[in-house]
Write a protein that binds this ligand. Structure first.
Ligand SMILES: [Zn+2]
Length: 239
């Protein structure tokens, strides 16, 4: 983790340099916020009535999603990013008019998606856990929106940080989401979904429930976001 700590410290220095630089620019220039620093929307998948995937020991995906998302929020906030949590507690985000489970889930997904329109400059980071019938299958995988050209770039930064920092044997590559992943598929901003691991794999489930491992996973994902941000600033793009 030493290299990663160096890398995140360098990231912090760069961010502070840019912030300082921006404060010296004249009033007619776009502000740093408008030009560079995106709001990171952190979406802890599922919640409330919707547990998501459930492991053999009854661990619900929604709880791991929330725990990892809160940690990512802490890390990115620490480094000066503006963040927006879709949920900070165990709930779905549906309209009061929704009564059936189908209506609630539908309303929830549309409301999550709407958050991308709240900020002109934002990234959407969705956190989920995977499940598969073969319990040997393991490993984190990052999915991206096929409807936004920056999304695969962001996904690649995150996937490579997860592999280099905590899963050197993971051979998974980034993948487009299909239409079934409504929020990410229909993204209007850079948007990715990180499936942190398989709760159907007993060894990986044990890790995913572990606070220290969750810290490492959150750190790797956050580092991927920071590296993406730095590369976009270097390229002179607005992110
Ligand atoms: Zn899920």
């Amino acid at each position: 983790m030493k290299e990663s700590i160096i890398s995140i410290v360098l990231a912090a220095v760069l961010i502070l340099t840019i912030i300082t630089f921006d404060r010296t620019r004249n009033a007619s220039s776009k502000t740093l916020t408008a030009c560079y620093s995106p709001v990171i929307i952190i979406d802890a998948g599922h919640g409330g009535e919707d547990g998501g995937a459930v492991a053999n020991d009854n661990t619900a995906e929604k709880d791991i999603n929330l725990s990892v998302s809160l940690k990512i929020n802490d890390i990115l906030s620490l480094f000066g990013f503006k963040t927006c949590m879709i949920r900070e507690t165990d709930k779905l985000i549906y309209d009061v008019s929704a009564t059936t489970m189908r209506q609630k889930k539908n309303s929830d997904l549309h409301n999550r998606h709407k958050m991308m329109d709240e900020y002109e400059n934002c990234l959407y980071l969705s956190i989920h856990q995977n499940k598969f019938e073969d319990s040997r299958i393991w490993g984190a995988q990052t999915f991206y929106s096929p409807n936004d050209e920056q999304s695969p770039i962001l996904a690649e930064f995150i996937q490579s940080e997860i592999i280099s920092l905590i899963q050197p044997d993971n051979t998974r590559v980034i993948k487009k989401t299909g239409t079934s992943v409504f929020v990410i598929y229909n993204a209007t901003k850079p948007a990715v979904m990180v499936e942190c691991g398989f709760i159907s794999n007993p060894q990986e489930l044990k890790k995913l429930k572990d606070d220290k491992y969750q810290n490492e996973m959150s750190f790797a994902i956050s580092n991927g976001v920071i590296n993406y941000y730095i590369s976009e600033v270097k390229n002179g793009s607005e992110v």
